[in-house]
Design a protein around this ligand. Structure first.
Ligand code: GAP
Length: 431
């Protein structure tokens, strides 16, 4: 993990938030490469979940919602973790993460205070008056924005059961103990699906979504042996869930959750119907009856999958006696698809290299690098997962061709400049 954290900072994937002020615990900033990769993950998810399906629609609800939403959802009353303090060093932890009473910071044993519950909702105020009546919360999940819009979406789209809503957006949780880099943070992004089904079909759809979501990670290149589904024991289920299974990835720090796939029953629609006075149900025209659908919820983060994609792609190998570090990212996820590298900064080469770069920019996210030896530049692109390097050399001035070098095999082929865009498109399917 240390090597990956260092690569992420050095190469501009992820920085500590407000670093020049000493950082802010639980917040991270995505740099030029990180934002590209994050956008690629979200795009891949949206394409699979919304664009390619006929039973799903997208949403983008506000982060700030009526405070009653969080009362109805149960978050105000129950969204809390048990918290303990070490009397010796004053560090604070989630009680369920303490092993054998030992403080992870100072090593003192048996020095913890009794556990007390700590609500994870971030509170703020809407409007100029800071009193109880103007309290609003930063949403801790995007899900509620979809539940409260059930009626709006149903009437505007005329969807029939089963159908789903999908949303990507920021969520906030005042985690007691943010840790493992971007794994557990106080501000993060989620990609959530709320799939509405007839109650008697809930089990079938829960199984369907578990398989489907596992498949998504494998399709994007994650090694299947590093992924598993783990069912929550009944005692650990969230207050709304009848069942839940996590997609877990084997990180260097162990098996950890990327995504939860829950059967939320009709809990949310019933609660919002009760609290708002608006009945949220579905009229089944064929059967002539009102149904309150059950909800199957595949809820993924963006940050955790991003970390898993990087960890999984991180490879070290030896090439001609030298260490080569590369990210074997699926090209769809790679921040840069092609890098243009003139063999040198020679005045004759640069104009052609710049023309080639300008030709590629409308089609792909690209980079241009002319600093240091060509070998070093290949290594720099390997390290950030760029699938193809395009080298402009002195021969290019004669034969109007360039060399395409592939990241993993390091194989090189010569192609005419006029056919370069097509040659890259062929090699970058679905990008
Ligand atoms: N709507 C259901 C829900 O929010 P969750 O299991 O609490 O379920 C879903 O969260 C996903 O959101 C997690 O699997 C994880 O990927 C991401 N997530 C949750 N809390 C997070 C945190 N503090 N930091 C980063 N990602 C988080």
């Amino acid at each position: 993990m240390d090597e990956i954290v260092s690569l992420c900072k050095r190469r501009g994937f992820i920085f500590q938030s407000s670093e020049i002020y000493g950082g802010l615990a639980g917040a991270w900033d995505y740099g030029p490469l990180g934002v590209e990769m994050k956008n690629n993950i979200k795009r891949a998810w949206w394409k699979t979940i919304v664009q390619e399906r006929d039973d799903m629609v997208g949403m983008d609800a506000a982060i700030l919602m009526h405070p009653q939403v969080w009362v109805a959802s149960g978050h105000v009353a129950t969204f809390a973790d048990p918290m303990v303090d070490c009397r010796n060093c004053q560090a604070r932890f989630r009680a369920d993460e303490i092993e054998e009473g030992r403080c992870p910071t100072c090593g003192a044993v048996g020095q913890f205070t009794d556990a007390r519950m700590f609500n994870l909702l971030f509170k703020t105020f809407a409007g100029p008056v800071e009193d109880e009546a103007s309290v609003v919360y930063l949403r801790p999940e995007t899900a509620q924005g979809m539940f409260v819009n059930f009626e709006n979406v149903l009437t505007s789209t005329r969807k029939k059961l089963p159908f789903g809503m999908a949303q990507i957006g920021k969520s906030f949780r005042n985690e007691v103990n943010p840790r493992h880099f971007i794994f557990r943070t106080r501000e993060f992004e989620q990609m959530e699906i709320e799939f509405f089904v007839r109650p008697e079909d809930a089990q079938k759809w829960h199984e369907y979504w578990m398989e489907e979501r596992l498949r998504w990670y494998v399709d994007l290149g994650v090694r299947p042996e590093k992924l598993r589904l783990t069912a929550h024991p009944e005692a650990d289920l969230a207050h709304y869930a009848a069942a839940c299974s996590d997609v877990e990835y084997l990180f260097p720090m162990g098996w950890l959750e990327l995504e939860g796939i829950a059967n939320r029953r009709d809990f949310d629609l019933q609660q919002h119907s009760k609290e708002s006075g608006t009945t949220l149900s579905y009229f089944d025209e064929e059967k002539g009856e009102h149904v309150v659908p059950f909800i199957i919820e595949p809820s993924a983060g963006v940050d955790r999958p991003l970390l898993a994609f990087i960890v999984d792609a991180y490879t070290q190998e030896e090439v001609r006696g030298e260490k080569r570090v590369l990210l074997k990212l699926d090209p769809r996820l790679a921040p840069v698809k092609a890098a243009v590298l003139p063999l040198s900064r020679n005045d004759k080469l640069v104009p052609t290299a710049r023309e080639v770069w300008a030709m590629l920019r409308p089609h792909f996210m690209t980079a241009y690098d002319d600093a240091q030896s060509i070998g070093r530049r290949y290594r720099r692109q390997d390290e950030i997962g760029t699938p193809f390097c395009v080298t402009v050399d002195f021969e290019s001035l004669e034969d109007e061709g360039v060399t395409i070098r592939e990241r993993d095999s390091m194989e090189q082929v010569r192609v005419p400049i006029t056919g370069l865009v097509e040659a890259l498109k062929e090699r970058l399917p679905r990008c």
